[in-house]
Write a protein that binds this ligand. Structure first.
Ligand code: NAP
Length: 471
């Protein structure tokens, strides 16, 4: 994939970039290693001041950065502005909480024969962050803010279709005051990832992206015995039970499916509806999906812009065509849009079953699959019946059912009566083929830390403990 800004609303290539040479990459890794030596010795207070300055820059430049993102990947300008604000908020959150999250954790010293004993969180070094285009600022910030606050440094390999957003991020942290090299963007293709991971100065990797990319990066990191965090795809269920507020569920379902032009890992993708309320939900949902305005993502009244890449649009089109050829029904949408951009309308497809691709695959566009079930058990079986396990949504006002869904849905998060989203205060991540490890909250900042055991004895002959027995 060439490194270029291509406007998805027109298909026009606006700017291309030469990939960095291996010598340039080597020099960048050298700067990262040097910056780590400085950053890991700085105080939490200093890092917090720099990260807060980055948040202030984001607030001040919100509209300009938002336009850049919309130009590069097609999300609506309103959504892009909200993304910038979310990044500033997350930066401030980690500036405020990192020190407490990484405070020493004392153990009962007497029980381990010590004067004092504790776990200390220390940064591990340069971390490679391989990131996707769909939330080109947020996916990076949710790695960068905790990483920099922990004293780690970042090397960003961003998706090849958002190079200008990558360069904005490259400058952002330096402009905010972080040492040169603390956060750098490497304009390289995916073929450069394995050699970078093989460099001993790079200590770990995090990927947000597709399952094939996850397998490739985890394998390469495994060969080097380097830790990875993987945030991969999802095919989140959205279960609607008879006690739910159907109008509200249908309204949230529409947003949950079509946010970010349908290209969110935690978008609700499979709508599993109890037979008692199926017709009511279906009517309301299809009406709302049909009413969404597709158009210029820069316009204030646009709900859904183009898909980010022509290949992505082709895949969505093929998945729907496959389902229709095997007997599924299209209730709205279902035909690519006219014009030069990569348009695909909000679409609802019913009567899905194996071996339709939409049954098992993630659909990365504004296309909802609709399923009718007759019991709680059937709903859960269907919800858990894919290889993914990222988020899950359940709609029920029955307290007992709410508790059962929280327990039974096999996913990294369960949202009841609300849309799945990410918050700095809560961990984010998946199970099964949606990946492993967690971002955000205290869990996220600790992923790339050395949890170092410190044991201090009295140091006099009467003091026992050391060497009493090993392991
Ligand atoms: P992608 O093709 O996997 O790309 C993501 C990043 O990985 C890009 O920087 C890409 O570089 C790189 N990459 C791709 N193949 C690679 C390989 N074999 N080795 C090393 N690097 C590789 O993903 P996408 O299609 O752009 O993004 C959509 C996917 O991301 C969906 O599956 C979505 O669900 C998932 N996602 C997950 C989360 C989450 O938090 N769990 C969030 C957002 C998106 P190039 O651009 O140069 O190819």
């Amino acid at each position: 994939m060439s490194i270029a800004t291509t406007n998805p609303a027109t298909g026009q290539v606006l700017k291309t970039f030469d990939p960095m040479t291996s010598e340039q990459v080597d020099a960048a890794i050298g700067r990262a290693a040097a910056a780590f030596d400085t950053l890991r010795r700085t105080s939490f207070g200093q890092r917090a001041r720099w990260l807060t300055a980055a948040a202030d820059l984001l607030d001040a430049e919100r509209d300009q950065v938002a336009r850049l993102m919309t130009t590069e990947m097609g999300k609506t300008l309103a959504a892009a502005k909200a993304e910038v604000t979310k990044c500033a908020d997350a930066a401030r959150f980690y500036a405020a909480h990192a020190e407490a999250y990484l405070a020493d954790e004392p153990a009962d010293a007497a029980q381990v024969g010590a004067v004092k004993a504790y776990a200390r969180y220390r940064p591990i070094g340069p971390v490679l962050a391989v990131m996707p285009w769909n939330f080109p600022l947020w996916q990076v910030m949710r790695f960068a803010a905790p990483a920099l606050m922990a004293g780690n440094v970042g090397l960003l390999k961003h998706a090849s279709n958002v190079p200008q957003t990558a360069l904005f991020l490259d400058e952002l942290f330096r402009r905010a005051g972080f040492p040169a090299g603390a956060f750098q963007a490497l304009l390289v293709g995916s073929d450069a990832v394995e050699p970078i991971l093989g460099d001993p100065r790079v200590r770990a990797a995090t990927l947000t992206g597709s399952e094939p990319a996850g397998r490739a990066i985890a394998a390469a990191a495994g060969r080097q015995i380097k830790k990875t965090v993987l945030e991969l795809g999802g095919s989140d269920p959205f279960v609607v039970m008879p006690s739910a507020d159907i109008a509200l569920a249908a309204q949230v379902a529409t947003t949950a499916r079509c946010q970010n032009n349908g290209q969110s890992c935690i978008a609700a993708k499979r709508f599993i509806v109890h037979a008692d309320v199926y017709d009511a939900f279906c009517d309301e949902f299809v009406a709302r999906m049909s009413a969404l305005k597709v158009g210029d993502p820069m316009a204030d009244d646009t709900d859904v812009g183009p898909l980010a890449t022509d290949r992505g649009r082709d895949t969505v089109e093929e998945q729907v065509a496959d389902a229709v050829a095997k007997g599924a029904r299209v209730l709205c949408g279902g035909q690519r849009g006219e014009g030069g951009g990569w348009w695909y309308p909000p679409t609802v497809v019913a009567d899905l079953r194996p071996p339709m691709r939409m049954w098992a695959e993630e659909v990365f566009g504004p296309v909802a699959g609709l399923f009718r079930v007759t019991s709680y058990d059937e709903a859960v079986e269907l919800a858990n019946g894919t290889s993914y396990g990222l988020g899950a949504n359940a709609w029920t006002t029955d307290a007992g059912e709410q508790e059962r869904f929280a327990e039974d849905l096999d996913a990294g998060s369960v949202f009841v009566n609300g849309m799945t989203t990410s918050y700095p205060q809560l961990p984010f991540g998946g199970v099964k083929n949606s990946g492993y490890g967690r971002e955000l909250s205290a869990h996220g900042i600790r992923e790339f830390c050395n949890v170092k055991t410190v044991w201090v004895g009295e140091g006099k002959s009467a003091g026992a403990g050391a060497g009493a027995h090993s392991e």
